[in-house]
Design a protein around this ligand. Structure first.
Ligand SMILES: *[C@@H]1O[C@H](CO)[C@@H](O)[C@H](O)[C@H]1NC(C)=O
Ligand SMILES: *[C@@H]1O[C@H](CO)[C@@H](O)[C@H](O)[C@H]1NC(C)=O
Ligand SMILES: *[C@@H]1O[C@H](CO)[C@@H](O)[C@H](O)[C@H]1NC(C)=O
Ligand SMILES: *[C@@H]1O[C@H](CO)[C@@H](O)[C@H](O)[C@H]1NC(C)=O
Length: 874
């Protein structure tokens, strides 16, 4: 959702002093224009958050956040209601969950390609910028709104003209703006900025203007002129232009005055909207507005307000206003009746009653509907969700288990980054009550295309965008080595205290302090993974005598230097270190380099250090993302260059791996393209619904972009509901329920007739993990053509494969199981072939070689055989 600015300009306000400053617009003027821009710094952040806390429902606020280093600070701005924060483009990936609310800031015209979303161009200097060149090379009409902030000593009038040429929204300091005609020589006159950008086809150039109350209910249609807008802003009341009688100060004769709340412009600049607080009525007839009286909730509010002032003695409303206990009892009673209502008529009836009593409570406390709606609007901007669990006594009454749900609170907070990629707009709609459920598709009832569409993986950012972000990072690390690597780690991981990007073996014991039970778990897994991979070693080279005297063989050698990427992110992943490190060790790789993003204090998870120690790693690179991949691909002063990079990662890691593997100067290969994790469970009527649900959820908790698929073989409605109930019930008790909600939203249950149909769909999907919870699962294994790893039968949950069974869990995702294997011993070795001929052998095969060399006209090839055969003949 792009923000469309309801003003032809944006007011930049300095903090301190804040909204009202002595030389700029006053607070009322800023407030009635309603769109403000701030430069955020770590020293003014506190004041900015205060301003947001007070005004976030009144203003649209925009921030240059590029001076804020801490991610938390930026998240705080968003959570307090910032509509948009502009950041350096390379930091955007870290904030992708916030969608359009975080946008890039650039400093040069030529950095604007026109493909971006909204963006901020700052420090613009019209004296040195080639605006004409820019205009001829780009189609500015196609641009999304571009915001431009000039250097300080600019000629603002000229600047505003240029902005209108390039279709941009100028950001103008409050001190350069005025609503006073007599200052219009020195400053930009706001009514003029409006009238310059509005388009009217009327001969008198007046602009149609809709007048609304604070709830957006239209009161009537009037006309504005530059002069009436000026008067309205100056007096902070409703002033319009009468088509016959000149300036019209609304209420000057009738007494039904208007307080100005906001002036804004519509999306195509051909109408104004005035939001006002109306005293009395707007219409000259006996009705509130020119389109009639208000209805519904607005009408109820009007009635309650007038009753509060003058309710007839003994009336029911009077009793409610004066008897707090009665009102409380009624609210509780109506809430319960609403919960019990079943039909839509009953629900409408009971909800209306509840709203009546709730609004009575509000009006009696002087709280208006506008206040309530403002509150809803600011909640909708929050990015750190409230978990919204039922409180103790209520939960108990409804038989909701409180323990895990309470624990979920903390986890939900931590994972707030990921959950907001689900639309953040319905915070007010009590999302927590929503049932967590996968959509259903019955293969017998829909077309093949619909099945394919349902199975489409959640889309990834376009490859180009991502390459555009990672390429500069890779080049920087390649050219500037450790210095660049460290600076990215300082920036992205916030590990500003880190002074060296690498720790070398032997790793100090104090970095591996772990609970004995964790050590034991790692040791067991280590041993199982080692055993299984050691068994994959080829005992002796493969040898075949293809003709008498012609012996061909193939033998394997470890890849000498490998780089293993272990992601940080929302979960600690020592298991990934094991799954990559152990096969590398078993294969005999001489140099094993691990890379993993450090924590903000510069330290690395001790589990990872312990695994690095056990697999005999040479070093651990304390970095993540594209920069870690680049460091291992090209080497830096302290990071060893490697020959192959393996391991899962986010879209940026994957893009960086693709990039370096394609660069012949790097001389590095990669394991496989990787994407978000996924599972496909095939279940028949023998499957235990609780087991099926638990497998789906164990994958869904990885991230909001994970996908889980359930193929239901011949299940009836009762079976399906059994699984759906389990999914909802188990999910609600999980700490990462919000992540799960995101993943489930693009997951699906597919109903099929039989196992063959299920396998056909599964093979087409090529899941990373395939779980068979069906009768005779072994028989189905023969039909598996595409899958990363298969989990057979009801006693084999995916988690065992993820951690301890012995099979690796670095598996191809996103459908790449059609082409790639998961990580296995073979990933760490290469095969070399050899031939060894006797003289007899050369005689046997020689004439075939010479004939083919002749056909290909490679005479030297032919002679290499001929010269030997003649020697033998001599
Ligand atoms: C690989 O390199 C070639 C030549 O430099 C380039 O044209 C191509 O776009 C690159 N592909 C990827 C996936 O980076
Ligand atoms: C799926 O569709 C078939 C054919 O219409 C129908 O017989 C079957 O009952 C459906 N399954 C479910 C669970 O709705
Ligand atoms: C890893 O997974 C692949 C794909 O499932 C499998 O072929 C391979 O044998 C596994 N190897 C090990 C040792 O984990
Ligand atoms: C090459 O072949 C000869 C004759 O068969 C054999 O004696 C010799 O060991 C072989 N060498 C290797 C390295 O396989």
């Amino acid at each position: 959702m792009e923000t469309i600015l309801p003003l032809p300009f944006l007011i930049s306000v300095a903090v301190p002093p804040g909204l009202a400053s002595s030389e700029g617009l006053n607070q009322g003027e800023v407030s009635s224009l309603g769109c403000v821009f701030f430069d955020a710094t770590s020293s003014n952040l506190g004041e900015l958050l205060d301003i947001l806390a007070k005004h976030n429902a009144d203003f649209q606020t925009f921030f240059d956040g590029s001076a804020l280093e801490s991610r938390d600070d930026i998240v705080s701005l968003l959570d307090h209601g910032a509509r948009k924060v502009f950041l350096q483009p390379q930091r955007l990936p870290d904030f992708s969950a916030y969608g359009e609310r975080v946008a890039p800031v650039v400093t040069k015209l030529n950095e604007i390609t026109g493909t971006e979303k909204q963006l901020l161009l700052k420090n613009f200097d019209q004296r040195s910028c080639d605006v004409a060149g820019f205009l001829t090379s780009r189609n500015v009409d196609k641009f999304p709104p571009l915001f431009i902030k000039p250097v300080l000593d600019t000629n603002y009038e000229h600047f505003v003209d240029i902005c209108s040429l390039v279709n941009a929204i100028p950001i103008i300091p409050s001190a350069q703006l005025t609503t006073k005609k007599d200052e219009s020589e020195k400053k930009l006159y706001i009514p003029k900025l409006f009238s310059n950008s509005w388009k009217t086809d009327r001969a008198d150039k007046l602009l149609p203007t809709v007048v609304c109350d604070e709830r957006g209910i239209a009161l009537g249609l009037v006309y504005s002129s530059e002069e009436s807008v000026a008067e309205s802003l100056r007096t902070q009341t409703g002033v319009y232009q009468s088509r016959k009688r000149g300036l019209w100060y609304k209420g000057a004769t009738s007494g039904d005055t208007q307080e100005l709340v906001r002036i804004s412009m519509d999306c195509d600049n051909d109408a104004l909207k005035f939001v006002v607080r109306q005293t009395g009525r707007f219409c000259h007839l006996e009705q509130f507005g020119c389109f009639g009286d208000v209805k519904g909730i607005s009408k109820l509010e009007q009635t309650l307000i007038s009753r509060k002032v003058s309710a007839p003695e003994g009336s029911y409303t009077k009793r409610l206003f004066s008897d707090e206990k009665l009102l409380r009892a009624k609210i509780m009673e109506e809430a319960e009746e609403l919960c019990d209502a079943k039909t839509s008529d009953e629900i409408a009836f009971e909800a209306a009653d509840l709203i009546y009593f709730a609004l009575t409570k509000a009006v009696s406390a002087g709280v208006s509907l506008a206040d309530i709606e403002k509150n809803l609007d600011s909640k909708s901007l929050k990015v750190k969700r409230r978990p919204g669990n039922a409180k103790g006594e209520w939960a108990k009454k409804e038989g909701i288990a409180v323990g895990p749900a309470e624990k979920a609170k903390d986890a939900a907070k931590e994972s707030s980054i990921s959950i907001t990629s689900a639309p953040a707009t319905n915070a007010q709609a009590a999302p927590d009550a929503e049932r967590i459920t996968m959509k259903r598709i019955n293969v017998s009832e829909v077309s093949e295309t619909e099945v394919e569409t349902a199975l489409r993986r959640p889309s990834q950012k376009s490859a180009e965008t991502i390459m555009g972000i990672v390429t500069p990072i890779i080049n920087d690390v390649r050219q500037n080595g450790d210095k660049a690597l460290l600076s990215y780690t300082h920036k992205f991981e916030k590990a500003t205290s880190l002074t060296s990007p690498v720790i070398k073996a032997p790793f100090p014991q104090e970095l591996m302090n772990l609970a004995p039970e964790t050590i034991k778990a790692i040791d067991i897994s280590f041993e199982n993974i080692r055993k299984f991979h050691a068994a994959q070693k080829e005992e002796k080279p493969l040898q075949v005598e293809t003709m008498p005297g012609v012996v061909c063989s193939r033998f394997s050698r470890p890849i000498e230097r490998v780089g293993l990427y272990v992601p940080g992110g929302t979960a600690v992943l020592p298991s990934t270190a094991l799954m990559l490190g152990v096969p590398a060790m078993v294969a005999g790789c001489k140099k094993i380099v691990l890379a993993s993003p450090p924590r903000a204090d510069g330290s690395i998870t001790p589990e990872i250090v312990y695994v690095a120690h056990k697999v005999g790693a040479e070093s651990i690179v304390l970095a993540g993302g594209a920069q870690a991949v680049a460091a291992m691909a090209y080497g830096t002063e302290s990071v060893s260059k490697v020959d192959k990079i393996l391991g899962p990662g986010n879209q940026f890691v994957t893009a960086a791996k693709m990039y370096v593997s394609n660069d012949t100067n790097a001389g590095v290969s990669i394991d496989m393209p990787a994407g978000p994790s996924e599972v496909l469970v095939i279940a028949d009527k023998d499957a235990n619904p609780a087991f099926v649900a638990s497998d789906l959820l164990s994958q869904a908790e990885h991230g909001v972009d994970s996908q889980v698929i359930c193929i239901a073989v011949g299940l009836d409605e009762a079976h399906l509901q059994g699984i759906e109930n389990e999914v909802h019930k188990q999910a609600m008790a999980l700490p990462r329920v919000d992540i799960i909600r995101g993943a489930i939203s693009h997951s699906v249950t597919i109903l099929v007739k039989d196992v063959d149909e299920a396998m056909r769909i599964s093979n087409a999907y090529a899941p990373e993990h395939l779980i068979l919870q069906i009768k005779d699962p072994e028989k189905a294994v023969e039909k598996v053509m595409n899958a990363g790893s298969v989990f057979i039968g009801q006693w084999t949950p995916e988690s065992v494969g993820d951690y301890s069974a012995g099979v690796n869990h670095s598996l191809p995702t996103y459908g790449y199981a059609k082409q790639y294997s998961g990580v296995n011993l073979g990933s760490f070795v290469k095969h070399i072939t050899s031939s060894n001929l006797t003289a007899e052998g050369l005689k046997n095969v020689g004439s075939a070689v010479m004939q083919l060399a002749k056909v290909e006209e490679l005479e030297a090839h032919r002679r290499a055989v001929e010269i030997r055969l003649s020697t033998l003949a001599a």
